[in-house]
Design a protein around this ligand. Structure first.
Ligand code: ADP
Ligand code: MG
Length: 716
């Protein structure tokens, strides 16, 4: 017998398998059942439990495929009989079943029992016909968990399952070489690879599949932690120029600061200074809640570089963010910012902004100034990464929202340090749950700003269902009016610029009804009697920059009472007189985003209010999220909650690990395995940094982590 996919699947089948990521026998083995049906006895057709999973064995009486009248596609009706009763089972778009479910065959069907037109039926069940050679199912088989595979187009479950089982018997021993070290398996009682694969595809008990699942988690945990430990160890060997931690510019900056640093900022500043003084490159993550004062911390680190005669670069993912950072730095430096490279005093700092949209001539001049050391600090976008950007002496890189940059991009910047490697500080705009910091970012040292400068802010948040309480809007409008009368400003955030058509939630078809655009929403507010005497402004991303600046300015000086805007105000915007925030259709925003938006009010410490409006009813699940945001101002708690409800694929999807590479492991729940795996990874890397003696482990890392993340250890 042979063990290649070609011997079991036609080219067309292999095309379908490839769509599911299966191109080899090894990958087919790792195509695990979506779930297992746990049978008791087979259920007679007369006793089907509605809403539950049942396994039946019955004879096919007739099979017939026809086109559907309403929709595109076909429907195959199979009528079966178990000796006492008959039942109709419908399959959609599987016309080929005509040739498979031949009348007279005795077939086992497993699926969820549903009611259709008053009759009980199984909803798209999986099915198996009795093996040609077996005369009947053995009692063990009928009482073992029954694997249900994700659907592969054109390949029936039976055939897929059978092929996997045969291949498990005949595959090359190389397919079963175990990437988990024997010592680890022994210590944590994990089944070896062959056993675990058998437990997935021919399970004998639920306990066996659970034990196998633990092993798959371990594979992912060990791959992740080994890569992280290897990275950390590689970083630890990169030679960097040590940077002074006190000098003229740092001293003047600290002396001139209009506020005193929080104790968190002081502590993190010391952590960074200690790293910078070393001859190995810093790799540190800085995170903290919205408004915790990360920019000051980053700027102080950059000034240390400048005091040492080195340059610092701050990389931001968008032009807007780069401009905002530049503006914050400008504001924080005040008179300490040099007017030009030519006019700078000893303790002054020359700062520049570099973006892709800069005129070519200016950009050229800036490149020259950077290369000749006439600029101390540059804030920029991807333009910083281009080959034409060269530094005289780059000592420190600050990467904002580092998850938006790939490893290669960060490496490109790191390569600009010349003979030594620049120190690196990466920043996250939002707090990172502890579990994620421990795992996803375990290759970095982590600094947390745990404290808020102004103390706990006084923002009261209310989640408001306009469906349940339409008249509450009157009250909110009165509050806005009252704030305006007291000289305070209100942000009204709206989720879209243009009107958009509402789709039917069931069919996805357009309904012809429209949702308001931001201008109509503004108009409806302007026309409300409560706000008749108030002045409104409009702000969104498609307005010309000059116009945006004008509106923002008018709002901060109080010429405008109510600013209706899109999320352009999400980051950076600092208007101390704003004390009210009303977010329309709040259910459309993410939790972190709502929290970030709310951080825009009460900036001067005065009591503020935030209203999260929704058309959903209070009983709706969408309302629960809003209720949670309303219940706490703790960004860390919200980050944990977000990770929990959104699922990790989405959260980690925006991290350095890319897509949903972790299929089995939960960084939120499997913290114990992660900690154990880390302890196992450390001695492995200490003994063999590049895993030269563990090719299987190297391959495991390649398989588990996306290509650009599995970086330090590359399979050959
Ligand atoms: P974030 O961590 O969200 O990036 P910022 O760095 O933008 O926060 O800081 C938010 C605001 O708080 C800014 O206006 C900043 O100048 C101010 N700030 C930072 N540190 C302090 C402090 N120790 N005391 C008072 N205000 C501070
Ligand atoms: Mg910031």
């Amino acid at each position: 017998m042979s063990a290649r996919l070609e011997d079991y699947f036609s080219p067309r089948d292999r095309g379908a398998l490839k769509k599911r990521g299966i191109t080899s026998v090894g990958e087919l083995f790792r195509f695990f059942p979506r779930r297992f049906l746990v049978p008791g006895e087979k259920t007679p057709l007369g006793d089907l439990p509605l809403g539950e999973t049942a396994i039946i064995q019955a004879e096919v009486i007739s099979v017939e495929t026809r086109r559907m009248r309403q929709r595109r596609g076909t429907i195959t009706d199979v009528i079966v009989h178990d000796g006492q009763r008959s039942m109709k089972i419908a399959f959609f778009n599987q016309g080929w079943l005509d040739a498979q479910l031949l009348p007279g065959l005795v077939v086992v069907f497993a699926g969820k029992v549903e009611e259709y037109r008053g009759q009980l039926t199984l909803n798209s069940p999986v099915w198996l016909n009795r093996d040609e050679h077996d005369t009947k199912w053995t009692p063990e088989e009928l009482n073992s968990p029954f694997p249900v595979y994700p659907r592969v187009k054109g390949i029936a479950q039976t055939r897929l399952w059978k092929a996997i089982k045969v291949l498990l018997d005949v595959a090359d021993p190389a397919e079963f070489v175990d990437p988990l070290p024997q010592s680890v398996r022994a210590k944590y009682d994990l089944p070896d690879l062959r056993t675990a694969l058998n437990d997935m595809h021919r399970p004998t008990s639920t306990a066996a599949t659970e034990r196998a699942n633990l092993r798959w988690k371990w594979e992912e945990a060990l791959a992740l932690q080994t890569e992280l430990v290897a990275r950390r160890s590689a970083y630890g060997q990169l030679v960097a120029a040590p940077l002074l931690t006190v000098g003229e510019r740092s001293r003047r900056f600290d002396d001139d600061l209009p506020f005193s640093l929080t104790s968190s900022q002081v502590r993190v500043g010391k952590e960074i200074a200690a790293d910078l003084a070393k001859t190995t490159a810093m790799h540190r993550l800085l995170h903290g809640d919205v408004g915790s004062g990360k920019t000051v911390v980053a700027l102080r680190a950059m000034l240390m570089a400048v005091d040492s005669g080195a340059q610092a670069a701050m990389l931001a993912p968008t032009e807007v963010l780069a401009s905002q950072h530049f503006a914050s730095i400008e504001k924080l430096l005040g008179e300490q910012m040099a007017l030009s490279p030519l006019l700078s005093g000893d303790d002054q700092v020359r700062v520049a902004l570099l973006t892709g949209s800069m005129p070519a001539r200016e950009r050229k001049q800036l490149a020259l100034d950077l290369a000749t050391g006439q600029i101390d600090i540059v804030v920029g976008t991807h333009a910083l990464l281009s080959e034409s950007t060269m530094f005289d002496n780059l000592g420190l890189i600050v990467v904002d929202e580092q998850h938006r940059f790939g490893v290669e991009q960060r490496e490109a910047l790191r390569g600009k340090g010349g003979l030594t490697v620049p120190h690196t500080l990466v920043m996250s705009a939002t707090p990172i749950p502890r579990t994620v910091a421990m795992t996803v970012f375990a290759d970095l040292d982590v600094s947390t700003l745990a404290e808020m400068p102004a103390g706990i802010k006084d923002i009261t948040t209310h989640a408001v269902s306009l469906a349940d309480h339409p008249h509450w809007m009157d009250r909110i409008l009165q509050l806005i009016d009252r704030a305006a009368a007291a000289g305070k400003g209100t942000f009204v955030v709206f989720p879209r610029i243009e009107p958009s058509e509402i789709d039917d939630p069931e069919s996805g078809e357009p309904t012809g009804q429209m949702r308001q655009g931001i201008e109509e929403y503004l108009e409806s507010l302007e026309n409300s009697p409560q706000l008749a005497s108030r002045r409104f402004g409009l702000l969104h991303g498609r307005m010309p920059t000059a116009e945006k600046d004008r509106v923002m300015h008018a709002f901060s000086t109080g010429e405008i009472d109510i600013l209706v805007s899109t999320t352009v105000i999400e980051v950076g915007v600092d208007v101390p007189r704003a004390v009210m925030m009303v977010i329309a259709e709040a259910d459309r925003f993410g939790i972190a985003q709502l929290h970030q938006l709310r951080g825009r009010v009460g900036r001067d410490g005065s009591p503020a209010m935030c209203f999260l409006l929704t058309e959903f009813s209070e009983a709706d699940e969408s309302f629960e999220r809003l209720r949670t945001v309303a219940a706490t101002l703790d960004g860390f708690a919200l980050a944990e909650y977000d990770l929990d409800i959104r699922g990790e694929g989405d959260v980690l999807g925006s991290s350095q690990w890319g897509g949903s590479s972790l299929r089995h492991l939960s960084v939120l729940r499997d913290t114990e395995i992660l900690a154990q795996a880390k302890a196992e990874a450390e001695p492995i890397i200490a003994a063999d940094q590049f895993l030269e003696d563990s090719p299987e482990l190297r391959e495991l890392i390649q398989r588990v982590l996306p290509a650009d993340a599995a970086h330090f250890i590359e399979a050959d």
